[in-house]
Design a protein around this ligand. Structure first.
Ligand code: ZN
Ligand code: ZN
Length: 176
């Protein structure tokens, strides 16, 4: 007779796994079974679903595997994850940020290409090379006369009537 029921409608008595019954019979069964087992087995109420009655020895394992827990934990962890994903990738809007982040993992190639004549990768440079690279990019952006340190403007660049984008400028390694 029992075999005619859908297995998903069948539940086990929390006191005794030998007691198998329809889900809607469980509450009534527990009331009877509790009388037998109340001195030997403590039932605890699942924190995720108060219709889950768990024998104390299995309570911790149930709280780890309860199907209702999955819904709650997913809800609790997914919301903050979205926030941290946002805050971990600040927009780089000016070259000042080059100084702040040594590795520059998230630089925007579109912004960078829009102001650079030649796309060059600053990653992997030594600090002194990196500093020179940043100053060179500032000159590229603000004009050839821009100097962070007091140095005379390069005469060669001014004499050139047609500045070419690919003219090699100050090599990194000379600026130590
Ligand atoms: Zn029972
Ligand atoms: Zn549960």
């Amino acid at each position: 007779m029992m075999d005619n029921y859908d297995e998903s409608d069948m539940v086990y008595c929390p006191y005794n796994k030998e007691h198998k019954m329809l889900r809607n019979k469980l509450q009534q069964h527990i009331l009877k079974c509790r009388v037998i087992h109340k001195d030997t087995v403590d039932l605890m109420v699942c924190p995720f679903n108060n219709s889950h009655l768990i024998p104390e020895p299995q309570f911790y394992q149930h709280t780890q595997s309860c199907e209702d827990r999955n819904i709650i934990v997913h809800y609790q962890t997914s919301a903050p994850a979205v926030l941290s994903e946002d805050t971990r990738h600040p927009k780089i809007e000016s070259e000042e940020n080059w100084d702040d982040d040594e590795s520059v993992p998230d630089y925007d190639p579109q912004v960078y290409c829009s102001r650079a004549n030649i796309v060059r990768e600053p990653n992997g440079l030594f600090p002194a090379q990196r500093k020179a690279f940043i100053e060179q990019e500032k000159r590229r952006h603000f004009g050839e006369d821009y100097e962070e340190e007091k140095k005379p403007p390069k005469a060669k660049a001014r004499a050139d009537p047609r500045p070419t984008p690919y003219e090699p400028r100050r090599p990194y390694s000379r600026r130590q």
